[in-house]
Design a protein around this ligand. Structure first.
Ligand code: SAM
Ligand code: SF4
Ligand code: FES
Length: 356
């Protein structure tokens, strides 16, 4: 069937600024027009970032959490979860193995676990950087500005703090005791401290509308984020949201593709959540805007306990298997695994300017 290019896609293709109504139109394209959106997002990714895909090895170093987010399996009221913490040596060992596999970035992720004070985290980051030379992304949620400063001084390069939803009421309902304003304040702190900053949302949250999703994208543009994690909400049976329908593959891909059009330089992962709800999730995401994949390099004995959502993939595979599996997928798509750190292009400009 010959589908005519909708005007809003022509506008995006010309690189014009997209407003809220444009974003809404893109999210509401007719089903037969979606392929055109995905193709354009793929072209924009190719034009701005080339065909390299960056691998970021994620170490889920603690599943303790003081928060009670309604959507998450790690919430503190989930008493059926076996809790664990990795020592500094275990983290560095996983990091060293990752480097041997050619990974250039380690993502340190956990629940909000005050056991790891700012000082302890700084020591871990310092040691990891000294032993491995990797770029470090931290993703441990809300902290004091001082803790963020300590982590930055220890050498952390990036911080991923998903804003989850741009709807302030929904945010506070889903994350009791916290506010969207508090989350955004922290994202600005992180920028001010010199981190490359990532935000992101979940698609398919109860009470979310197309307007919310458009606002998510606009918020990320306003924050001028360097990374955006966009994945489907997957209901977890041990949480209050267990009976909700999760996010859909198609809607998640549309949000990803529109984000690529709005933030052409951003690093966008093909998320594990998407790969967990569809066997081709990664391939599809990489074909409509994504340029990052995050292999799980947590020691296998802990992996099953970090089930933020059910049916998470790769719980029994060793890091080496996942890295080679993902590398094959990337090559099959005609893309290549990046051999560099994959710092954000904006960050590189900043460093070059300060050196000249
Ligand atoms: N505790 C930190 C935080 O909340 O920012 C980092 C770890 S948290 C597990 C990482 C991400 O998992 C969150 O930003 C959220 O988007 C995602 N997540 C949690 N529960 C989820 C679910 N049921 N489905 C999909 N993603 C989920
Ligand atoms: Fe804790 Fe993060 Fe899960 Fe919320 S999303 S319960 S802060 S691990
Ligand atoms: Fe883990 Fe394919 S990514 S086995």
């Amino acid at each position: 069937m010959n589908v005519v290019m909708p005007e809003v896609l022509n506008k995006a293709a010309r690189g014009e600024k997209l407003f809220r109504e444009d974003i809404l139109s893109l999210l509401n394209l007719e089903p037969e027009e979606d392929a055109l959106l995905f193709k354009l997002a793929d072209q924009v990714r190719h034009q701005y970032l080339g065909d390299e895909v960056h691998l970021r090895g994620i170490i889920e170093f603690s599943n303790y959490c003081v928060n009670n987010c309604l959507y998450c399996g790690l919430r503190k009221d989930n008493q059926r979860l076996h809790r664990y913490r990795l020592s500094s040596s275990e983290i560095c060992e996983a990091g060293n193995q990752a480097v041997k596999m050619g990974l250039k970035t380690i993502v340190l992720q956990s629940g909000e676990d005050p056991f790891y004070t700012g000082e302890i985290l700084a020591k871990i980051i310092d040691r990891l950087k000294a032993e491995t030379g990797v770029a470090v992304t931290v993703s441990i949620g809300d902290r004091s500005k001082e803790d963020y400063r300590l982590m930055k001084q220890a050498g952390a390069d990036r911080y991923l703090l998903k804003h989850e939803t741009a709807d302030a009421n929904l945010f506070s309902r889903l994350r009791p005791g916290t506010t969207l304003a508090g989350r955004i304040k922290r994202l600005y702190w992180l920028k001010e401290l010199g981190f490359q900053v990532g935000a992101g949302n979940m698609v398919g949250l109860p009470g979310q509308t197309c307007g919310t999703l458009a606002d998510d994208i606009l918020l990320m543009r306003e924050l001028d984020v360097e990374m955006a994690g966009i994945g489907p909400f997957i209901p977890h049976h041990q949480t209050p949201l267990k009976d909700w329908a999760g996010g859909e593959v198609k809607t998640t891909l549309k949000v990803l593709a529109v984000t690529r059009l709005v933030l052409p330089l951003a690093h966008l992962p093909a998320t594990t959540a998407l790969a967990s709800i569809h066997p081709q999730g990664r391939q599809m995401a990489l074909s409509c805007g994504a340029n990052v994949v995050m292999p799980n390099i947590t020691p296998v004995k802990y992996k099953e306990y970090y089930q933020i959502y059910p049916n998470k993939i790769c719980l029994t595979e060793e890091a080496t298997e996942c890295v080679s599996c993902i590398s094959n997928t990337i090559r099959q798509l005609g893309r290549m695994v990046a051999q560099n750190y994959g710092h954000s292009l904006k960050y590189k400009e900043r460093v070059n300017n300060s050196e000249s």
